[in-house]
Design a protein around this ligand. Structure first.
Ligand code: CA
Length: 228
């Protein structure tokens, strides 16, 4: 059974979505404010959060960032605004996926299972730690180390690093990363990817101009290779 925290202030939408999720066999805890949601994720483990962005007490992107400060639970944001800049802003704030309101329960179910499948695929790909140069990536423990020192990464940063490391030495196209890590199929140029990559670079102590591990292949994608 999947446990879902539903954050939605509109009682009509809240009960409709709760019904839909319960109908899919999930355990749902509905709350109406960002503060309640933050209290819940700090106290219990959920498999997934569905976060409405139009909440009475806090801007949705701020709520998302605060949630990210507490835990790494997958988050699907529900937004009333279908504009690309807004969606990119949310993905950059740590959302795993988004739904544009109003959405059907079929659409919700599809997004939910895609997010859970991606979260589990990363967990299930359990193997020996990957070693590339001084970089060690332990997929089971979701830990990255550089020269023995732990590198603290967000879930998305870790997923991106692990994805590239599993294909070390190969150029991974931008579209493949966007499709597999962000569920944005058919996109080629997205600042979400660049933002996460630049954070990752910074945490690995390198710069785009002088890469050690993360190499940009202009117009194509990225490649992770051991420092020469
Ligand atoms: Ca709302």
């Amino acid at each position: 059974m999947v446990s879902v925290l539903l954050v939605e202030d509109d009682p009509v939408v809240r009960s409709a979505v709760t019904r839909a999720l319960t109908g899919l066999g999930h355990a749902v805890l509905p709350v109406g404010t960002a503060l309640e949601a933050l209290r819940e994720v700090a106290g219990a483990r959920f498999d997934l959060v569905v976060l409405d962005l139009g909440l009475p007490d806090m801007d949705g992107a701020d709520a998302l960032r605060m949630m990210r400060g507490v835990c790494d639970v997958p988050v699907i944001v529900a937004t009333a605004r279908d504009d690309e800049a807004e969606i990119v802003r949310l993905l950059n704030a740590g959302a795993d996926d988004y739904l544009v309101k109003p959405f059907s329960s079929e659409h919700l179910a599809a997004r939910l299972s895609a997010v859970l499948r991606r979260a589990r695929a990363v967990e299930a790909s359990s193997t020996a730690p990957l070693r590339i140069g001084e970089l060690t990536i332990d997929l089971d423990r979701r830990e990255a180390r550089l020269a023995g020192r732990e590198v603290h990464l967000t879930r998305k940063e870790f997923d991106l690093l692990a994805y590239l490391a599993a294909r070390a030495g190969k150029v991974v196209p931008r579209a493949e990363l966007l499709a597999n890590l962000w569920n944005l199929p058919g996109r080629h140029d997205d600042q979400t990817l660049d933002v996460h990559l630049s954070w990752l670079r910074r945490k690995l102590g390198e710069r785009a101009a002088q890469p050690r591990y993360l190499h940009t292949v202009r117009g194509v994608g990225f490649k992770l290779t051991a420092a020469e």
